[in-house]
Design a protein around this ligand. Sequence first.
Ligand code: CUA
Length: 343
Amino acid sequence: MPSIGTIVGLLLLSAGFATLFTWLLSLLAFNPLSYLEGFGERTYNSVPLLWWTIGVSLGVIFFTIFIVLHGIYRHRAGPNDPQNVTRPPGGVAWIFTGVGISTLFLLGTVIWTTIVLRANSAPARTPAIRLAVIGHQWWWEVHYLSETPSKTFATADEIHIPVGQPVEINLSTADVIHSFWVPKLAGKTDLIPGQTNKTWIEASKPGVYRAQCMEYCGVQHAHMAFVVTADPPSVFNAWWDHMLKPQAPPETPAGEQYEAAFIQKCGSCHAVRGTRAGGILGPNLSHLMTRTTIAAGTLPNTVGYLSGWIANPQDIKPGNYMPRLDLSGPELNRVREFLKTLN
Ligand code: CUA
């Protein structure tokens, strides 16, 4: 028989490891892409279940370690002891007990999972707004839908939502399979060619939530990020109204040159509301300067990074579908000056 001291020691060791693991996991929870903590209706359902399964798994691991160590230390043979292999009676009872306890835990987890799946399948309330999100290699096209056509608009890579209200999202793709994932608000939903998948998100706390394509979709998959900004409804409504505003016509001859340069060099792929630039191959650039990042979350949206991006997008995001335009210095300057006015 091992001493009480050995048993207590092993128990403490197991508990220590379990605590360390849980602590490390909770540190990871602060990571912007961590799903170990959530801030919306859906994650309030799913995250406790996640921690439960992590807890049960850790319990199983450390109980197993404890039993193995206990078995090793028990009846430790001395150097001159005969090898004494005996099979005490009643061993099958352990198997019955083990299977019984595992079944209880697994059954409980299955029931809880079913309840969460049911609760998350659709929002309990009617969605406040509806979006259509289209995946592209490697950026996100976002349409804000409305019964009133004049209230609809398109944007890219940054989604704004009103806080505390469910938002319906219709997902489709222009090319290959992508996956829409806002870890702190909802689980993943794939964007499948030839069909529209529906999901919904709700943020209970205002904030900026990092999101990411989660299905490998080609060479720049890792640079297919986006953000979801949750604002109080009044701020959100003001943002929507602002997005509807067309670009003001240039007021100076220089401004006219800048706009003309943009339309000529960029307008066949990019659109800006209120101008003759109406391309649909690349992201809609209306109100570009209100976005925090460019190239689908790849770079901060500053004039410097923007210039570098336009000068050679292949250098920053190799393989993406924006060609190198080989603009001259003055051309690059005109395009940049125009982009700076997209507020
Ligand atoms: Cu789109 Cu990965």
